[in-house]
Ligand binder design. Structure first.
Ligand SMILES: [Zn+2]
Length: 137
């Protein structure tokens, strides 16, 4: 794979021409990479994003995902777990303890596993859409 020089983050102007496309930004963010260049890590902790990308200078710390990632995770995990539980319950005669032993850990693991990709994708989406403070009020 050939290396392409990273595009430096432009000063925020509101223009969308210099930003990455929607899918690259979403996928880079979901994989924990800078949504703009895809070359640097997006997170410096479990869920805290870096302030500025060291490669392309994108102002990632200014993007506030707020409650969107947990909402996305609750929506997705709820559909997976509840659908699985209903399908399993209709097919097998399991005790409540057995179902609890299956679905409680599944819920926790899915939620923890999806929260970081959901936050990264949200940051990528917000960066692509220009949803960040412009500094002019
Ligand atoms: Zn970058």
């Amino acid at each position: 794979m050939s290396e392409i020089a990273p595009i430096r983050w432009p000063a925020y102007t509101g223009a969308t021409a210099d930003r990455p496309g929607m899918w690259p930004a979403l996928l880079r963010g979901a994989s924990g990479k800078c949504p703009n260049c895809g070359r640097a890590k997006l997170f410096k902790g479990w869920l805290r994003q870096i302030d500025t990308c060291p490669v392309c200078a994108a102002p990632l710390g200014a993007i506030r995902a707020d409650d969107a990632p947990p909402y996305i995770v609750v929506f997705v995990v709820g559909h997976i777990v509840i659908t699985s539980q209903v399908l399993l319950d209709g097919r097998f005669d399991l005790s409540l303890w057995t179902e609890a032993a299956i679905f409680l850990p599944l819920t926790v693991l899915l939620a923890l596993g999806l929260l970081r990709p959901a936050k990264g994708a949200t940051i990528g989406l917000m960066l692509q859409l220009g949803m960040m403070p412009s500094g002019d009020g």
